[in-house]
Design a protein around this ligand. Structure first.
Ligand SMILES: Nc1nc2c(ncn2[C@@H]2O[C@H](COP(=O)(O)OP(=O)(O)OP(=O)(O)O)[C@@H](O)[C@H]2O)c(=O)[nH]1
Ligand code: SF4
Ligand SMILES: [Mg+2]
Length: 788
């Protein structure tokens, strides 16, 4: 049974009068966009063009729909800490951290969906959206990534009951775009800095299609790589330098179920991502929507094969299918979590006339107001996006085109509710109308150039930034995020804190509005909160040694050449330390006093490697350990590249693929990670919060690196309780400073030291703001400052 349409769901507030601060801000953003070159177009080489000059300009198309809003439809006015409090109150747990990933079980997810969908709980819904946005920010900052899609063929052997290009659908003109034409689109996508190209089609498991695909994948991969090398002044025919970073386009495929050997051959040709939608995690519902020849279990086998080969694997479902329940949808979220989906795409089910599922839908819902129903499905889909973000953590989640088919600002709203990826359609216009999977598919007549401009305008409006040209690999491909086990926490708190268990119950009886839920906790919840607060009260920030300014002390530790100074420079966003490939470049403890935007005043320690041999090495080691004692947070940098080389030298590379917990491998890692383990132990001894930074240092992403990262984490953090971050500090596309800052913030939260209040709030950082700075003058301030 479909969920009832909530009478007072999160409706958009359409007000008669335009204006107000939000609109003012919107107009500024759009003015900014046009200054950044909306009007000066470059020709879309090789891609359908024509008529664009007479057509509506993308920015005005975007604004048209917004002029009646007093509040922008994607805005959520609940701050992250309040959102965590409301969610925690609903779930019956205390002190839920803002932006925490939550390992919710199927009952908890179903409960949230019921509360927000059928009971119209707008406070919980706001908390859900705000928390999802905070988790997105934690892993991606304000970055939004592109995946350009080319629908290169609509030929398909399947008859999925909902699909407008299924094999037996009449009136569809079948096409397959010649390889040269697709390669031209790929080059255009590269020049327009799309980062990834997704090649999509119906399913056709024939040798001819495999040959076509292999050639296409290899050409897109190779030709865009050569283009990139040429533009960087490198010899395009030479092997790419090891430290060149992201070159050319990432190639992604979405071409259905194939034999495992085909997947392998396509991976070998250069494809690195694969999208295969499960459509529903409920096998019975899947069976009802597909012909008998199609099997849910076979699809799951395909997903497993893709994972085994080393693809970044994406999947997705439809929301609002006839016969689907809220529990089915909760099961979908668990499915994503359990397979550690690297990309998630969810769209509302939109009928396509003449398909069996559309007939089914008509017989069940033909009598309802279709517009209102679709709006409810839109809202439900964005709740699903938020839940996926909160539960899975750092996967990429796409704001699907189907959302825009229902609501003109659908994708922008979704980007503020957990999504971080946009997928512009680059299929040349002459083919596009023949790839109509559902009714009202938007942008069918837009050229690729129009589509790109329109998306740029949309992303700027919501205060996010398109990371053009970036591959945007999902962090959870290398390092899945376990998340807080909410059920276990709930039980532990109920056992340990009187009244904590009743927090969930009390939530249901409290008033529905956010302010009353937050400001008037019941007596039981208040008692529980007071008890927990006494136990967990953050310590006031203590004065740093020799200073009367309260600072948080953060140190960076590890072996020589691990990338400690590189990390320090990412923390300070400047060249604080010398970075060089010579081991032992940092020979002493280097202290920097500064104020970081995210943390306030800090004292930073860059240190010498602790593995240097000889007497001098021993002196450096002692100095480093004395700095560790002073720290509140100690980041242990692990050089993954070095571990990979050591493993290769030991001949144990093979055992990595077989089992990351093999005894020989464990023994080897225990030995090669001795220094890092020593620092972690000392940190525990001195009460320093340890953070693990696994520095990939140019290691090629793939199953081997992934398995090694897991094995290292297993040795250094057997209980899985430490905070860790896996990334390449040179990855220009990964917003390294932003991710490092959130990582440190999480660490400081655990240190029980309260970050000082930020001296500059966000409004003060706008170009128009005038701010007087009160600079603290402490014992460590340069002596000449007062005379300046
Ligand atoms: N490709 C790549 N190179 C890195 C990365 N991190 C560090 N490097 C390189 O590794 C070398 C050592 O980096 P540093 O940051 O100086 O390492 P360190 O741990 O401070 O080294 P010492 O001061 O000698 O102990 C330099 O050549 C860096 O450019 C990374 O994430 N990717
Ligand atoms: S959904 Fe995909 S596999 Fe199914 S009929 Fe349509 S194109 Fe073919
Ligand atoms: Mg150094």
């Amino acid at each position: 049974m479909l969920p009832a349409i909530a009478a007072q769901g999160a409706g958009l507030q359409l007000l008669a009068a335009a204006g107000g601060p939000s609109l003012l801000r919107l107009s500024k953003v759009l003015a900014g966009c046009s200054m950044r070159g909306f009007s000066a177009d470059t020709a879309a080489a090789g891609v359908a063009a024509g008529g664009a000059a007479q057509r509506e300009d993308p920015a005005s198309r975007v604004t048209k729909h917004l002029k009646d809003f007093a509040k922008l439809p994607w805005e959520v006015d609940m701050p992250a800490d309040k959102a965590a409090a409301v969610l925690g109150s609903y779930l019956g747990v205390l002190n839920l951290q803002p932006a925490a990933v939550l390992d919710l079980d199927i009952d908890q997810i179903t409960g949230i969906l019921e509360e927000t969908t059928n009971k119209g709980d707008s406070a919980l819904e706001k908390a859900l959206f705000s928390h999802a946005d905070a988790v997105t920010q934690r892993f991606f900052g304000d970055a939004v990534y592109y995946r350009g899609i080319v629908e290169f063929s609509n030929v398909c052997v399947n008859d999925c009951g909902y699909c407008g290009i299924r094999k037996h659908m009449g009136g569809v003109k079948r096409y397959t775009i010649p390889i040269d034409e697709v390669v031209e689109v790929a080059k255009w996508a590269f020049e327009n800095r799309m980062g990834t190209l997704m090649l999509q089609s119906g399913e056709l498991p024939t040798p001819q299609r495999l040959a076509y695909l292999k050639e296409l994948v290899a050409r897109v991969h190779q030709e865009t790589l050569e283009l990139d090398m040429t533009q960087r002044g490198l010899d395009p025919k030479a092997p790419p330098p090891a430290d060149a970073g992201e070159l050319g386009l990432r190639v992604a495929l979405s071409v259905g179920e194939l034999p495992e050997e085909h997947y392998q051959e396509l991976y070998d040709a250069g494809a690195r991502r694969y999208l295969l939608r499960i459509e529903s995690s409920n096998p019975e519902l899947y069976a009802a929507l597909h012909p008998d020849a199609m099997s849910w279990h076979r699809r799951v086998d395909c997903l497993n094969s893709l994972k085994k080969i080393g693809y970044m694997v994406g999947t997705g479902v439809m929301v609002g299918l006839p016969g689907q329940t809220l529990r089915d949808l909760a099961g979908d979220i668990r499915f994503f979590k359990e397979m550690n989906a690297n990309m998630i795409g969810m769209g509302p089910y939109i009928t396509e006339a003449g398909t069996p599922v559309a007939d089914m839908w008509e017989s069940m819902f033909g009598h309802v107001d279709k517009k209102a129903h679709m709006k409810a499905m839109f809202d439900l889909t964005t709740r699903m996006n938020s839940l996926a973000r909160i539960v899975v953590g750092s996967a990429n989640i796409s704001a699907t085109t189907a959302l825009q088919a229902i609501e003109p600002n659908g994708r922008e709203i979704a980007l503020r509710r957990g999504c971080n990826v946009l997928m512009p359609i680059l299929t040349p216009t002459k083919y596009r109308e023949h790839y109509q999977l559902y009714e009202g598919k938007p942008c069918i007549t837009d050229t690729a150039e129009e589509c790109r401009k329109c998306l740029n305008a949309r992303v700027s409006m919501i205060g996010k930034r398109l990371r053009q040209g970036a591959w945007g690999d999902p962090p959870n491909f290398l390092a899945p995020v376990a998340g807080v086990d909410v059920r276990a926490l709930q039980q532990a708190q109920s056992a340990g804190v009187a009244g904590a268990g009743s927090a969930a119950r009390s939530y249901h009886t409290s008033a529905r509005s956010y302010s009353s839920a937050a400001a008037q906790p019941t007596a039981a919840a208040a008692a529980a909160a007071a008890a927990a607060a006494a136990a967990d009260a953050p310590l006031p920030p203590g004065p740093a040694k020799g200073s009367d300014v309260p600072r948080i002390n953060i140190g960076v530790f590890g072996v020589m050449n691990a990338g400690k100074s590189t990390l320090m420079n990412a923390i300070t966003r400047q060249e604080t330390s010398i970075v060089d490939a010579t081991p032992g470049t940092t020979a002493d403890v280097k202290v920097s006093l500064m104020e970081l935007h995210e943390l306030g005043p800090v004292k930073l320690f860059d240190t010498a490697g602790i593995d240097e041999a000889g007497q001098l090495g021993e002196k450096k080691r002692r100095k480093t350990l004395s700095a560790l004692k002073e720290c509140d947070v100690g980041v242990v940098v692990v050089d993954v590249q070095r571990q990979q080389a050591l493993l290769r030298g030991s001949g144990l590379q093979e055992s990595l693929q077989e089992s990351s917990s093999s005894e020989a491998l464990q023994r080897h890692l225990q030995e090669s990670l001795k220094c890092e383990q020593g620092v972690l132990q000392d940190a525990g001894h001195y009460g320093v919060v340890p953070l693990l930074l696994l520095n990939l240092k140019g290691c090629r992403p793939g199953p081997d690196t992934q398995a090694l990262v897991r094995a290292i984490q297993g040795v250094l953090d057997p209980s899985g309780g430490q905070l860790s971050l896996t990334l390449d500090l040179h990855d220009a596309a990964a917003d390294v400073p932003g991710r490092v800052a959130s990582f440190l913030q999480d660490g400081v939260t655990r240190s029980r030291k309260r970050p000082a209040t930020r001296s500059l709030p966000d409004w003060a950082l706008t170009p128009e703001a005038s701010v007087f700075l009160n600079i603290p003058m402490d014992a460590e301030m340069p002596s000449m400052r007062p005379t300046l």
